[in-house]
Design a protein around this ligand. Structure first.
Ligand SMILES: [Zn+2]
Length: 263
């Protein structure tokens, strides 16, 4: 199959999944069912038709407005569909057309849900965390030909959760305020189920701290939130996990070698 065809298929599939990601971002933190009722305009309540729900295109041809009440639709809907589509293309580029690419793609979609919900609501949706963790577990049991796959995956979940939990305790002692929430522990455990109790946890933690610090400084510069205030560590971990899932092995090995670890 030509590479461009695989990429196009991944893009279209990713955009469709991105549509569902948008539903999850809106409904999970509001404790609404993600299957019913069917999609409707949150402003006028009109049930949307297939014409209004074509990923990416509907937003463009409706000019970013509800077709019925003309209320502007957040550009986030378009951006999330585009982002998910691009992540799916990146996943088939990294893992080619394989079951692993599918598992990683859906995991990346779960990370998008986690990042956006945590960013906006400061809470971590359990459904998305469970989906992420279970997909990581399956990856080890089905795809990675190691008889101890189950233990490696469960060990990774325990390791990831424990490290973030300990960093949280340390942060509380040093800064005398809540540094990590339990939501952060859950995200780290779910990512850990993917990475396993392996050295891959190191680049994940390093990237998380780096991305978190960069986001904290940017937010302070933009004066959206003070530097001493809340740093969105959940979104930082989601971005770090995305990088580790998609980075070529050479990049990961380079980071490990900086710490004297060779695989
Ligand atoms: Zn409307």
């Amino acid at each position: 199959m030509p590479k461009w065809f695989v990429a196009l298929f991944a893009f279209l599939f990713g955009a469709a999944v991105g549509s569902f990601v948008n539903v999850c971002i809106y409904r999970l933190p509001r404790k609404l069912s993600i299957v019913k009722p069917p999609s409707h305009c949150p402003h006028c309540g009109t049930t949307l038709t297939a014409f209004d729900l074509v990923p990416l295109l509907s937003y463009l041809w409706l000019g970013g407005k509800c077709r019925y009440c003309k209320t502007p639709i957040s550009p986030r809907y378009f951006l999330v569909e585009l982002l998910t589509a691009m992540l799916f293309v990146a996943a088939v580029d990294r893992y080619s057309l394989s079951l692993e690419a599918v598992l990683v793609s859906i995991s990346l979609a779960a990370l998008v849900v986690i990042a956006f919900v945590d960013w906006e609501f400061f809470l971590v949706p359990d459904e998305a965390v469970w989906a992420l963790g279970i997909l990581g577990f399956f990856k080890h049991v089905i795809l990675i030909s190691n008889p101890h796959g189950i233990l490696i995956s469960l060990g990774g979940a325990v390791l990831g959760g424990t490290v973030i939990w300990l960093i949280g305790i340390l942060g509380r002692l040093v800064f005398r305020k809540e540094a990590m929430g339990f939501g952060d522990v859950k995200i780290a455990a779910a990512v850990g189920a993917h990475l396993g109790a392996t050295w891959l946890m190191l680049p994940f933690l390093l990237f998380s701290i780096f991305v978190g610090a960069v986001m904290g400084v940017l937010l302070a510069l933009l004066q959206r939130r003070s530097l001493t205030g809340y740093i969105p560590f959940g979104p930082a971990m989601a971005i770090a996990a995305t990088i580790v899932f998609l980075a070529p092995p050479s990049v990961i090995n380079f980071v490990l070698q900086l710490y004297g670890i060779s695989r």
